[in-house]
Design a protein around this ligand. Sequence first.
Ligand code: ATP
Ligand code: MG
Length: 388
Amino acid sequence: MKEIVLIKLGEIALKGLNRYAFEDALKKNIKSALYGAGYFKVSIAQSTIFVTPQSDVDMDEVCDRISRIFGIVSFCRACVCEKTMESIFGNAPSYLEDALSTASTFKVEAKRSDKKFPLKSPEICREVGGLLLEKYPHLTVDVHNPDVKVVVEVRDFGAYIHAGNLKGAGGIPVGTGGNAAILISGGIDSPVAAYMMAKRGVKLTAIHFASPPYTSERAEDKVERLLRKVCRFAGPITMLTVPFTKIQETIKDQCPEELFTIIMRRMMMKISSLIAEKYECAALITGESLGQVASQTIHAIACTDDAADMPVFRPLIGMDKEEIIQISRKIDTFDISIEPFEDCCTVFTPKHPRTRPVLKFVRYAEEDAHLYDLIEDAVENVKITELR
Ligand code: ATP
Ligand code: MG
């Protein structure tokens, strides 16, 4: 028995002239997501993408990967039949045997987009329903709330039997929303922010600031593992690790203590803007949430923004920690995020950080400390790691 995955296109179908670009991006993302899982033909017809295995594959694994690709509203795993009632009759009872033998009720739905097929939809339902009642006498028909749905789709190039659509990841295909750089820490928030922007079609590059020996190699490894989880949704990610020790030490030695954090965050923004431009990213992304900590008050964020040379997206800005945690569990980053490794943000934290920093004084402090002279060195010594 031959199986296939039918992918129903979502918001993409609405994108008018851009539609073809979106469909192409989605096809490319599907091929990339299935890399290493076997050989597949990926084709489009009738607002549906057909993923047809060309080799032996593990269909559970294939569907699991497809469930995380953005731009897919729903999909189903189906049995491929010839466009004859004999073939549909031959496959329907056995293909859904497991579900049908344990269910009490079922219903048959037919969709006939090939209007030349000799039976109309209600007739297909009646015939297939009759056959299933004969093979599984314990079943009864329930058209409103069946335990099992048996769907027969008669399309241009074949007929397909499946048990209904599964929910896809939603969103729009990664790569169609431009490129942006996610500032990633080892915490709970930034991987969630990365996921949310990838869902809106953004291709991600990741920037991580490390301050060895204050932060350890294991902290960097943790960020890498978090990003690999994000890759399952966002596709391959280039991770850029910025050496930040010298800058943090200079801030500690030369700047007023209550401004340590805000100045550090401004330096992150300046350096990230330069790196982002080099890697053709048009925006920065952070996991900040209003009022979460002293550096995330409106005043502090205004001060931080001033140092960035491009738009800064903060998809979590209005979310509670609980809501963020819920998503981090869903994308399977939570357990890694709570591993106890230090981040550069927790190195030299002031006892009383300023929650209402005044931009003018922050800038003076930065100039006095000659911090800008250290930026070039940090940008040039970035370590590159390719993740997928
Ligand atoms: P959590 O709040 O769960 O500890 P977080 O990632 O939000 O995790 P914060 O200290 O709140 O950590 O930092 C706010 C934002 O600043 C992060 O979401 C992230 O975008 C950025 N950031 C913090 N530390 C780093 C770092 N070492 N490298 C790159 N970006 C960082
Ligand atoms: Mg945070």
